[in-house]
Design a protein around this ligand. Structure first.
Ligand code: NAP
Ligand code: MG
Length: 504
């Protein structure tokens, strides 16, 4: 049987062009879309109205085996050190051009599937993907080891070699996460078996077709859609995958690490959850701090790993901050992700919707004050009102656990030391924000925060050139920038003996 096909109509972000796209939604292995061995599929749901969207193939361990064989053969014969680095760069640039040419279509598809606004899909996710592809295309021919002085009896050098077959497992902000995963792996010469989220596989499937059009040899990029507990688990426990790069929850990250340990000790990098604090000092520019703190929590509907979900405000300005912050959140329009004035669309899935509503209930039950929102927005789809809790105790679930939705807690502090202590009082350590006009204070506090990213007078602004990753239980390793190259290379030390004297 043929794999399922997917059809949809879209409008460009300017609204002046409508297109119809139909494509195969099979597993992409060896540059072909194929049905899964067992013919399994998953049904997708439109988060805006809760109605069925269509089907895509669902891989089982048999399909993962086939994809890994394809990737292994490609690595041995057609990619890695078999290809001159400028050729890898050329292909990655070509893919960037094709993604750019299809930007409106990809943005519409991403918004249809996961509910983020089409503006964010187009100008953050798709544009971010294009930028990241170009950035790592630039690295493809600049990866090199060193010669290292030892002594006159030895000449030694290092090689930075591709690791081999890389498994990648990503959550449902697909293009954004594709952007972090695929480009550095390809630039360094690895081959890929990537599994997007079961809820949002559509743009990954389209990008696979574009990679073929760009001219990547077969088997270099394989996209296997399907369930985490089946396809994802098969990747993390596979004996012939050399490395797995995962983005998702800390809970599943732990599983991945265990499966890697129990199988072939594959290398693992993890980008996990967060409960990121913003600290608003009493000398901050209040209006700007309000704006960034609001952006910090409701950007992408709170579904960012670095969401600023704990906001600590100096007691002197707490009341004024809370008033302005509340007004700001109220002013942001929640609604159809395709409407040009929408800031916040639906949450990506019903599961997430219910999880977030469960956290809101737990906050109320634990005795926190529900200051704003707290309910479903509208009557259909997975929309949630921007929600503020105050009077939240440090041990309440809504203060400790990642909610991954538009729910923020606002709390007071009275001095710098207390602010640092509260900010660091978490299992996570992904990101933090500091708002102050005092540069010495900003640097002093940022040095004391246990966090992979510190933003000063901004929040949630990721740069392709800067590393991103977590302290503590927010992850292992760094993505983006030059640092991400380390995730995808093995270092080999070569010793050349120059001495004429034998050892014994
Ligand atoms: P998730 O449930 O952990 O899922 C992430 C991916 O893992 C999905 O593809 C999922 O497949 C798969 N998966 C699930 N169970 C698995 C298993 N047993 N073995 C292997 N793979 C498995 O996370 P999510 O709910 O989609 O995403 C939200 C989380 O991602 C949040 O915690 C957020 O902080 C984190 N995140 C982190 C970053 C970062 O850079 N640090 C960026 C974005 C998001 P299914 O879709 O089928 O479940
Ligand atoms: Mg999941």
């Amino acid at each position: 049987m043929a794999p399922p096909t997917f059809e949809f109509d879209f409008q460009t972000t300017g609204g002046n062009f409508t297109g119809k796209v139909a494509f195969s939604a099979g597993l992409f292995i060896n540059n072909e879309f194929v049905e899964s061995v067992e013919g399994s599929t998953v049904e997708l749901v439109n988060p805006t109205d809760g109605k069925p969207l269509g089907h895509v193939s669902a891989a089982t361990d048999k399909d993962i085996d086939i994809a890994v064989k394809a990737a292994r053969e490609a690595f041995e014969q057609r990619w890695g050190t078999k290809v001159p680095p400028p050729e890898r760069a050329r292909l990655i640039h070509r893919l960037a051009d094709l993604v750019e040419q299809h930007a409106d279509e990809l943005a519409a598809l991403e918004s249809l599937n996961n509910g983020k606004t089409v503006f964010v899909s187009r100008f953050v996710d798709v544009q971010g993907f294009v930028n990241t592809l170009r950035y790592y295309a630039g690295w493809a021919d600049k990866i090199h080891g060193k010669t290292i002085e030892v002594n006159d009896a030895k000449f030694a050098y290092t090689r930075h070699e591709p690791i081999g077959v890389v498994g990648q497992i990503i959550p449902w902000s697909v293009l954004g996460m594709f952007a972090w995963k695929i480009p550095p792996a390809l630039a360094t010469g690895n081959t890929i078996v990537i599994k997007p989220s079961e809820w949002t596989p559509l743009t990954a499937i389209r990008v696979a077709a574009l990679a073929k059009e760009a001219g990547f040899p077969k088997g270099v990029l394989n996209v296997v859609t399907g369930l985490g507990s089946v396809a994802g688990a098969a990747i993390s426990s596979h004996m012939d995958i050399d490395k797995v790069a995962f983005t998702g929850s800390t809970l599943v990250g732990r599983h991945i690490l265990k499966s890697a340990a129990a199988s072939n000790l594959k290398k693992v990098t993890l980008e996990l959850g967060g409960k990121s604090p913003s600290i608003i000092f009493d000398d901050a520019d209040l209006d700007k701090a309000v704006s960034w703190a609001a952006f910090g929590i409701v950007f992408n509907h709170g579904q960012t790993c670095s969401a600023g979900s704990r906001v600590y405000v100096h007691e002197k300005i707490y009341d004024e901050f809370l008033l302005k912050f509340t007004e700001k959140l109220k002013s942001l329009k929640v609604g159809n992700p395709f409407a040009p004035d929408t800031f916040q669309g639906p949450q990506a899935s019903e599961t997430q919707f219910k999880r977030i509503m469960g956290y809101i209930e737990s906050g109320k039950k634990d005795g926190a004050t529900l200051h704003l929102g707290g309910s479903q927005h509208g009557t259909e789809g997975f929309f949630i009102e921007p929600t503020i809790f105050t009077d939240v105790k440090p041990d309440m679930k809504i203060m400790r656990e990642e909610i991954f939705g538009p729910v923020v807690v606002v709390a007071k502090f009275s001095n710098d030391e207390e602010a640092v202590r509260l900010a660091n009082d978490t299992l996570y350590g992904l990101a933090a924000g500091i708002f102050t006009k005092d540069i010495s204070r900003a640097i002093d506090v940022s040095n004391k925060l246990k966090s992979g990213t510190v933003w000063i007078n901004e929040f949630n602004k990721v740069e392709v050139t800067l590393p991103f990753g977590g302290y503590k239980q927010s992850g292992i390793g760094r993505e983006l920038g030059e640092y991400a190259l380390q995730n995808y290379t093995e270092v080999k030390a070569v010793h050349i003996n120059l001495s004429a004297t034998p050892p014994i």
